[in-house]
Design a binder for this molecule. Structure first.
Ligand code: ATR
Length: 267
């Protein structure tokens, strides 16, 4: 049996085990996915141990996404983003991937959002925003980054060839934008939005990286003006779908994975 899992700290509330296990079951693959809570001081030992034990692959989450870069051979976009969220131990050295960028793109594509030549606003400048920002730039969008701590917006915008803004400017820049993505934690388990309602409009595609609750305040406000909304389960799903594809080299059973994820999110 092939063993996969999630390395991070904490990991106990992860939705990845039900999602990947449903995928293995749907394709009748003899594999299992669990969680590996890893002590922050033992990352290198954990990676060497995983490799030595024949673990097939892992996802990597907070706080290790940056630190694992030095222990793997990273794909090009993972190097540019500066973070790895998926490792394949089937190579020597193990290969590091960043499937967050791919996940964000597939989530938008699934909803027929046009990214090429779009004006796209990302709120946030942390790890999630970096992955999304590079994806938008690679896909030919004109990316705008707005962040509470403005110098972080400037750094990310410089890295991806986009434009930086203070968070207070979001309301006006979205008036002429096509896509708005929340890559902050604002709205997670709270009725708050990083964007005031005024600038939201019908022609906007609004995607939220927050998936708890699924209908965030931002998405509720966006729905109210007739905008297209994409909840956080889609990015979560498609980053997992991409990892599944890398590990198994099979066509991922997206519907089975999506259904398991929705069930786990409802629990
Ligand atoms: P992740 O890896 O999930 O992106 P992160 O690197 O900690 O997490 O980034 C969190 C993002 O949410 C940052 O852009 C952060 O803004 P700052 O750079 O100013 O810290 C943003 N964020 C978190 N809480 C926020 C709040 N209450 N208002 C606005 N932005 C917030």
């Amino acid at each position: 049996m092939d063993v996969y899992g999630l390395m991070g700290n904490p990991v106990e509330h992860s939705l990845s085990p039900p999602m990947h296990n449903a995928g293995f079951e749907a394709l009748d693959i003899d594999a299992t996915y669990g969680t590996f809570e890893t002590h922050p001081d033992l990352l290198e030992a954990a990676l060497r141990g995983a490799s030595a034990l024949g673990i097939a692959g892992v996802n990597v989450t907070v706080p290790f996404k940056q630190d694992v870069l030095s222990f793997v051979d990273p794909e090009e976009i993972a190097t540019r983003i500066g973070a790895v969220n998926t490792i394949d131990f089937g190579t020597d050295p193990p290969t590091g991937y960043n499937t967050d960028a791919h996940g964000a793109r597939r989530a938008l594509e699934h909803h027929d959002a046009e990214i090429a030549d779009s004006t796209a606003v990302v709120v946030g400048a942390g790890g999630a925003a970096r992955a999304i920002g590079y994806m938008l730039a690679d896909a030919g969008a004109d990316p705008h980054i707005a962040n509470r701590t403005e110098h972080r917006a400037v750094e990310l915008a410089d890295d991806i060839g986009g434009t930086a803004h203070p968070l207070s400017a979001v309301g006006s820049i979205i008036e002429t934008a096509d896509v708005l993505i929340n890559a902050t934690s604002v709205g997670m388990e709270e009725d708050a939005s990083p964007v005031r309602e005024e600038g939201l409009h019908e022609g906007l595609v609004v995607m939220d990286a927050v998936y708890s609750p699924l209908e965030t305040r931002l998405l509720r406000d966006a729905s109210a003006v007739g905008a297209t909304t994409i909840d956080g389960s889609w990015m979560l799903l498609y980053q997992g779908v991409r990892a599944f594809e890398i590990w198994t080299e099979r066509d991922p059973p997206v519907e089975a994975m999506r259904s398991a994820l929705r069930t786990a999110l409802a629990d």
